[in-house]
Design a binder for this molecule. Structure first.
Ligand code: ZN
Ligand code: ZN
Ligand code: FE
Length: 760
């Protein structure tokens, strides 16, 4: 059969993931000649061969792609037949500033794990990697992705590594971070600030001893430092909590393997898939009490039923578990509460060397800081809660022109977002913009993203809250137009952008707090909106928030506010655990504050209503971590109750009867699980009834759900189910956080739409 030639252009995440060697392999297997080349925009391929062989090649191209590659589009064009002697890989070719994508970090692959067992220069070598795995984003300083533009530039390849790097047929062909024990980075063990050893086997042995004996260690990882201890040792876990400044938040646990993990959590196929994926996130799972098994430290997950678990992803972690007897270790970010994860060796020693038993560092610098990502499977879909290692900087593909837009995000769980073409590059999880360290991390990363993705800022988007650090940063960024986006409009727009919606929808935004256009604190919002603008149709009724922000930390304040609203001063004579827990003098003061309207901003925040119920049930009075009230409430749910409480809908949604019902149930001695379930069912009914009313009036059938409250599995699954049964089209978040970590994408989408409509 006559030979033909085809030009193939592949776009998407196709660089730094072993794509060209893959193309080489499938082309030669299909007996084709031609070439493959990286450009700044895509991968270009030219092949010559029989139509059948070319067909076979295209089939492999689509179906056998390397695990971390993500093909956006393959376009083919038949061209005049050109004959080549063989198939070759051409050097990179710069076309323009239209950069291709940067790969996130990839968990160590099976073949590399085999290498650390083989005699040779990679035996027990903890930095082994290849084109299919290893560090990427965390070490990249600039593009194009070349070793010289990574933090690996200070290591000169030995002749063997060099030979593999240059060999097209080798798994390490153009593996930029490739290294071996002769030429690559190394670990070191320090006690106090003194280096004890640089020998990996000695280090592993010592680290294991410390962990088995209840010690706490600081260990440098891929995107930052971790604090580690035995997950079964209560005293060690307490010690870890203390040295992080008494952090109350649940800790993540790394299990040695899937088999051990399954003893402590039940997982479905979807959850298992996320756990073993090359992204290796922390997956939130329901804890299981294993019979005849050692018990995990009780305080690990602060008494919640959820456990954040992950599997090893770095060679060092695999090597460590070989030495360790324990099945699981706590691996939490190495930092003091409220500060970003540490990446700097000097600073880490300064802050932690006197607090921990030992420090394990390495000399491969971390350029882009990343935390472990957190996901939860809800409605059989992976939902990302904290988007960082393994996910960033993969762009969100939108249907909008995002070019040159910089969106600054919210205040808590901040991420920002920069636009390039139709892609939105959402930053890694930055954290709460309240401390100096986090603010510096924010500013630095923003500058790095703008440089890395060659963004020329032309339009800025910020929250409406005048006091947010992010708003102020945006306002002072430069002499550029600024779009201010209402917080809950941004939530809904974020979910719309993720789902490629660009029309009028019903938006349900439930979260803790966001600045409203009337100056009040919103957070239980029913909107009719498109990307450009919104109307607030109805919302949770306002209640005073005695002490403002302090109320989010002390749920009992909101509970007192609700009780006072519903019962007046009579509530003081009710039989409620809350009234026994809190000093009556404090309660009297709160009532005074409300009477005189001193520091009592009004809120419609759904999060506060959850807080109030959590306090009434005495699950939490003073929170030790964000959203503790709502998390504890969800944690005790029983799935066998379909009952709910009464509420009133209309211009606002009133929960006075709900509170009354809950108080009555408490007094009747109804168990907390039933009350919590009934409360959740109530919120699902509120959503259902409200969107039904809006559909009748507006004729809109698409419902978009967003806001941190939808991290609640029972609530999201229940809401989706009831809406689908009434033939609504329902949209929720998956690859973008539903919490404030997703806000920046919404801001960017609104700014893009307003620019398109020439409103800015
Ligand atoms: Zn590998
Ligand atoms: Zn080497
Ligand atoms: Fe929010």
């Amino acid at each position: 059969m006559r030979d033909i030639s085809l030009e193939v252009v592949v776009t998407g995440l196709v660089q730094g993931v072993g794509f060209r060697p893959f193309v080489y392999r499938i082309a030669t297997k299909s007996e084709l000649t031609g070439w493959v080349q990286n450009t700044n925009e895509n991968v270009k391929i030219q092949v010559t061969g029989t139509p059948e062989n070319i067909e076979c090649f295209l089939h492999s191209l689509k179906n056998e792609t390397p695990q971390a590659a993500a093909i956006d589009k393959i376009s083919t064009l038949e061209i005049a037949t050109e004959n080549f002697a063989s198939f070759s890989i051409h050097g990179s070719h710069n076309v323009s500033d239209e950069i291709t994508e940067i790969s996130p970090d990839i968990a160590v692959c099976d073949e590399c794990l085999q290498d650390i067992d083989q005699p040779g220069s990679r035996l027990d070598y903890a930095f082994v990697n290849c084109t299919n795995c290893g560090p990427r984003f965390t070490i990249i300083q600039d593009l194009p992705y070349d070793r010289a533009k990574t933090t690996m530039k200070s290591f000169t390849m030995c002749p063997d590594c060099q030979a593999e790097y240059k060999n097209v047929l080798d798994r390490r062909f153009h593996a930029q971070p490739t290294a071996c024990s002769i030429c690559g980075p190394e670990y070191e063990l320090l006690i106090g600030k003194n280096k004890i050893s640089g020998d990996i086997n000695f280090i592993l042995e010592k680290v294991s001893q410390y962990i088995e004996n209840g010690g706490v260690l600081l260990i440098k990882g891929l995107g930052g430092m971790h604090l580690a201890c035995d997950a079964f040792n209560e005293t060690a876990v307490q010690k870890l909590r203390d040295l992080k400044n008494r952090e109350g938040k649940p800790f993540a646990v790394m299990f040695r393997d899937l088999e051990s993990l399954k003893l402590y959590a039940d997982l479905n196929a979807q959850e298992e898939q996320s756990l073993v994926s090359w992204r290796r996130p922390i997956v939130l799972l329901e804890k299981k009490y294993a019979k005849d098994q050692q018990v995990l430290a009780e305080s690990l997950n602060s008494g919640l039923n959820l456990l954040g678990v992950m599997l090893p992803y770095m060679p060092f972690q695999y090597l460590l578990f070989r030495n360790l007897k324990t099945k699981a270790i706590v691996l939490t970010s190495g930092n003091f509460s409220s500060e970003p994860i540490l990446i700097d060796n000097e600073l880490a020693l300064e802050q932690f060397s006197s607090l921990v038993d030992a420090v394990v560092l390495h000399n491969r610098d971390i350029y882009n800081r990343t935390d472990d990502s957190v996901v939860r499977i809800i409605g059989n879909k992976e939902r990302i809660f904290r988007r960082s290692r393994g996910y960033v900087p993969t762009p969100v593909r939108t249907a909008l022109n995002t070019e040159g837009i910089v969106a600054f995000g919210a205040e808590l769980t901040n991420c920002f977002c920069v636009g390039k073409g139709q892609k939105a590059f959402l930053s890694q999880h930055i954290g709460d913009l309240q401390g100096l360290e986090t603010t510096l991390f924010y500013e630095k990363t923003l500058a790095q993203f703008i440089q890395l993705f060659r963004v020329k800022p032309s339009l800025l988007a910020v929250d409406m809250h005048p006091e947010y650090v992010s708003t102020k940063t945006g306002m002072n960024f430069g002499n550029l137009p600024v779009v201010q986006v209402q917080h809950h409009h941004a939530h809904i727009a974020s979910c719309m952008a993720e789902n490629h919606l660009d029309e009028k929808v019903i938006g349900v935004a439930l979260d803790g707090t966001g600045y409203g256009t009337d100056g009040n604190i919103w957070g239980g919002e029913f909107l009719v909106c498109d990307l450009n603008d919104f109307t607030r149709v109805t919302h949770f009724d306002y209640i005073p928030l005695p002490g403002g922000d302090l109320a989010a930390e002390e749920p009992w304040r909101t509970a007192v506010s609700w009780l006072y609203k519903v019962y007046g001063a009579d509530f003081l004579s009710l039989e409620l655990p809350l009234l026994k827990q809190i000093d009556p003098e404090k309660i009297r003061l709160i009532i005074q504050m409300m009477d005189r309207n001193i520091n009592c901003p009004l809120t419609s925040g759904a999060g506060r209503l959850f807080d109030c119920v959590a306090s009434l049930l005495d699950l939490v009075q003073v929170a030790t971590f964000q959203a503790e009230g709502p998390m504890r409430l969800e944690s005790i749910i029983e799935h066998n109750s379909i009952e709910s409480y009464t509420f009133t809908s209309g211009k606002t949604i009133r929960f006075d009867d709900t509170i009354r019902g809950i108080v009555e149930d408490i007094q009747l001695g109804i168990d907390k699980a039933t009350i919590s379930t009934k409360f959740h069912n109530t919120i699902i009914s509120v959503i259902f009834e409200s969107v039904n009313i809006i559909r009748q009036v507006e004729g809109i059938n698409k419902v978009v759900l967003s806001g941190g409250v939808f991290q609640n599995k029972y609530l999201l699954e229940g809401t989706i189910a009831i809406l689908l049964s009434s033939h609504f089209e329902v949209y929720s978040h998956a690859s973008v956080p539903t919490n404030d970590g997703g806000i920046a994408l919404g801001q960017l989408a609104v700014a893009s739409k307003r620019r398109e409509l020439l409103c800015v």
